[in-house]
Design a protein around this ligand. Structure first.
Ligand code: ADP
Ligand code: MG
Length: 449
């Protein structure tokens, strides 16, 4: 019976989080007892339990209640024979976090997420500057501050940094940080327990409100409604609001227009995808952290540069790769070399294999043939343009996963049959015309570099 319920809850949780979070933290959880509104899980280490509680506790509770199980509290137990190991498995640089009391509205702030530990580069300098300004706690100059950007680019880090900074410099301020999911869960709980008045007054008494991942509110109408009122009340009393999302306010679907326009009326800044310099900077700073855990580990020159070059998704993936690399190297007791990195991270590296874009191909081809990009794409039919155009089409077809119509669109809205014809023509010529064959070889190599 209990396992069924937990299976259902797991299924629902799975739909709402990344596959890796689910596999790392939720899948391994074993529900042992469900009794007196308390769900007790068996976890491998104390740290594991704390982490799950802190990061997924609310969601787990919420989904238990959704599937009709009145669960009010989660407990995490380390089996007796494993508890001795727990200390070893907790990363040495993970600070002990305070356990959360259940009547507290917000989420805990990670003390490691500070401005000091945030590496600034071109892609995030504006977001960093705006966050720092807000963290000064002075007169509110833009309200709300809306941070958006892809996953793993540092939105949550910056919000925690603001909270850490304010708690140190302005301890009298009531700073509340919570995720949109937590906001919703608290709201629903308050409704159910008839504690809406408490909930409202708690929210309205804060000086700084941060809501992380507001895209989660999309389609949740009553949560949005409540949020809208809180939002207005706080703005009116000139309290600072900081929001984050994985996309711009205008791009969040199923968000009420009035909320969307409210979100846009302060300062909206985005965190851009990382560039090489930022990635290298992040790696260098995270290596310092790893050194605390593995003080004797040797890392060969060039490895960080290699990783910064090859792992381009986001900072979280980069960080994960580094942690794994250090753990792996210490297990096999070897120096971290390029070879070891390639071995240990082959899956991550594969996922990051450089994808060539249509634009890159067009640029390279027009450079190669010394013609203008506009002529390559444009309507002129002269051979000096038409041949390079066909070469570019051929490369797009063979080096990207774009469809013929899609490629046609990117070449001045040409028809897919034109692209097909061009691709065929180059295929033929590559056998009979050694100049074309050489050109293709050269271009392909330079695009793959
Ligand atoms: P997001 O909320 O945008 O998905 P996070 O703030 O959770 O991303 O960042 C993911 C991980 O990457 C965190 O561990 C964070 O500390 C780290 N990180 C992201 N950007 C930076 C940065 N510029 N400097 C240092 N660490 C960063
Ligand atoms: Mg986040």
């Amino acid at each position: 019976m209990t396992t069924d319920v937990w299976g259902q809850v797991q299924q629902e949780l799975k739909d709402g989080m990344s596959g890796s979070s689910f596999n790392s933290w939720i899948a391994p959880l074993e529900l042992k007892v469900l009794d007196a509104q308390v769900a007790t899980f068996e976890v491998p280490t104390g740290y594991f339990g704390k982490y799950v509680n802190q990061n997924f506790g609310d969601q787990i509770l919420y989904h238990f209640n959704r599937v009709g199980e009145n669960v009010q509290r989660l407990k995490f137990a380390v089996p007796a024979n494993k508890s001795a190991k727990a200390k070893v498995e907790a990363p040495a640089n993970a600070p002990a976090r305070p356990t959360k009391s259940s009547d507290h509205l917000g989420a805990d702030i990670d003390p490691r997420y500070t401005f000091d530990s945030f590496v600034v580069g071109k892609p995030n300098e504006l977001a960093n500057a705006a966050a720092r300004r807000v963290a000064e706690g002075g007169v509110v100059s833009f309200n709300p501050l809306f941070l958006y950007g892809g996953v793993g680019l540092g939105k949550t880090h910056l919000m925690h940094a603001i909270a850490n900074e304010l708690r140190a410099s302005r301890p009298e301020l009531n700073v509340l940080y919570l995720t949109a999911e937590q906001f919703m869960y608290r709201f629903i709980t308050a409704l159910r327990d008839r504690k809406m008045m408490d909930f409202k007054s708690q929210l309205r008494s804060v000086d700084v409100l941060m809501v992380d991942d507001v895209q989660f509110m999309a389609g949740k109408d009553s949560t949005q409604e409540e949020f809208f009122h809180t939002f207005n009340a706080l703005i009116e009393s000139r309290k600072q609001i900081i929001l984050s999302a994985d996309r711009a306010p205008g791009e969040i679907k199923e968000l009420e227009d009035r909320i969307r326009s409210r979100m846009q009326c302060g300062l909206v800044v985005d965190l851009h995808p990382t560039d090489y310099e930022l990635r290298l900077g992040v790696l260098q700073s995270k290596v310092e952290l790893q050194r605390e855990a593995y003080p004797t580990q040797v890392i060969a020159p060039g490895v960080l540069e290699f990783l910064a070059h090859r792992i381009t998704q986001n900072v979280r993936v980069l960080e994960g790769a580094l942690v794994r690399l250090f753990a792996f190297a210490s297990l096999v007791d070897r120096e971290i070399t390029l070879e070891l990195a390639q071995d240990c991270l082959s899956d991550v590296l594969k996922a990051n294999d450089r994808k060539v874009t249509v634009e890159e191909i067009q640029r390279k081809v027009s450079d190669h043939y010394n013609i203008r990009l506009s002529d390559l794409i444009g309507p002129k039919r002269l051979r000096v343009y038409a041949r390079p155009r066909q070469v570019a089409m051929y490369l797009c077809k063979t080096m990207t996963s774009r469809s013929l119509p899609d490629i046609g669109r990117r070449f001045g809205k040409r028809d897919h049959t034109t692209v097909m014809h061009g691709v065929k023509r180059i295929e033929e010529l590559s056998v009979t015309d050694s100049q074309i064959a050489d050109d293709l070889e050269l271009l392909r190599r330079s695009l793959e570099a």
